[in-house]
Ligand binder design. Structure first.
Ligand code: F6R
Length: 340
């Protein structure tokens, strides 16, 4: 039941702190598995990260973390699996909320037959993808009814951040408190996100721009608003936007910048470029402001990715609701995609 919420999507966004808390405690209570997966990651010649849609974006985020450590990390859109030949020494990390997405299943089957080992991260115990994996990680996000992935994306990213931090000797224990950052982000931005969502809902098209670890979030922000509110949205690496996309920007064209605090000066250049063409600028900033925006949502957080995740989801939710759409049942979409 929706327990008093008008839609599952908003209920499930609000369940994200608990989903993250339960998932991190489950990982902490089973460090043996985490240790084994960490060994595999450290020893792998290549780490291939496969997933579809939102889960692909979580995987892209993970691949950036690993590449920054010098690993050969290859993000793979699951449905494009035939473009990659696997081999011994490959470790595949398959990310799927449902654990049943056919493209992901086919990608792991192919890579496994070519010699790869498989780690799966799913939210459903003994799902098809989990059953065919050498190592299984289960998220504890609880059931997700809304078609759009919300709490499960935040939980995927938390799980991947945990695996990364553990593997590379970073401070993983502080992730036990990560749910508080998620909760705070939701509580502090409901008003802002409602206003931004309403404004974007009136637009035909919107850009989401980010750099570095914010790029997968920009991609996810664009996917989410497109999916539930039918506002056309595209994501680009912010620096890439001047190589073509900027020609669309004219007076009032909305541009959402995702700023995880890592490169605010570089992002500011891109903000200025968009502003000079009359772009309407929204920034979601963590820890460091960019300034110059029409609206800047600002948060402080130890885990920027986990704070930004619910914010982009809330914007998409409010955009859908202000158009009178049912965000739980976007047209043409099914919760689990079992056809190729
Ligand atoms: C978007 C969305 C889809 C799924 C994709 C993969 O909100 O929900 O893009 O992320 O279909 O699904 P899973 O994670 O179940 O493999």
């Amino acid at each position: 039941s929706k327990e008093g919420y008008p839609h599952f999507m908003i209920k499930e966004i609000h369940e994200s702190p608990k989903a993250v808390r339960d998932t991190i405690s489950s990982l902490v209570s089973d460090l043996d598995v985490v240790e084994k997966i960490s060994e595999e990651i450290r020893q792998a010649e290549r780490v291939i990260i496969t997933g579809a849609g939102t889960s692909y974006h979580a995987g892209l985020y993970f691949s950036l973390l690993l590449s920054r450590e010098g690993l050969t990390a290859i993000p793979l859109v699951a449905s494009e699996y035939y473009n990659l030949k696997g081999r011994k020494g490959d470790l595949v990390v398959a990310i799927s909320q449902s654990g049943e997405t056919i493209d992901v299943l086919l990608s792991i089957r192919k890579l496994k037959s070519e010699g790869a080992k498989i780690v799966s991260i799913t939210n459903v115990i003994e799902s098809a993808i989990a059953r065919e994996s050498d190592y299984k990680v289960y998220m504890r996000a609880g059931p997700e009814i809304g078609v759009a992935a919300t709490k499960t994306f935040t939980t995927q990213v938390a799980t991947l951040l945990f695996l990364y931090s553990y593997t590379f000797g970073k401070e993983w224990k502080s992730l036990k408190e990560a749910d508080k950052e998620v909760e705070q982000a939701i509580n502090l931005t409901e008003g802002f996100t409602k206003r931004i969502g309403e404004e974007l809902s009136k637009k035909a098209s919107v850009y989401y721009l980010g750099r570095g670890l914010s790029l997968p979030l920009a991609m996810e922000g664009a996917l989410k608003i497109k999916e539930v509110s039918y506002v056309h949205a595209e994501a680009y690496p912010a620096g890439e936007s001047k190589h073509g996309p900027i020609s669309l920007v004219e007076s009032g064209f909305p541009v959402v910048f995702i700023n995880d605090g890592e490169m605010p000066e570089l992002l500011k250049n891109n903000v200025m470029e968009m502003k000079a063409r009359g772009g309407k600028i929204f920034t979601i900033s963590v820890n460091k402001k960019i300034g110059e925006a029409d609206t800047e949502v600002f948060l402080s957080s130890k885990f920027p990715v986990l704070s930004i995740s619910p914010v982009i989801q809330l914007i998409a939710y409010y955009a859908a609701v202000s158009k009178g759409l049912d965000p739980d049942k976007p047209r043409n979409l099914a919760k689990t995609v079992t056809v190729e």
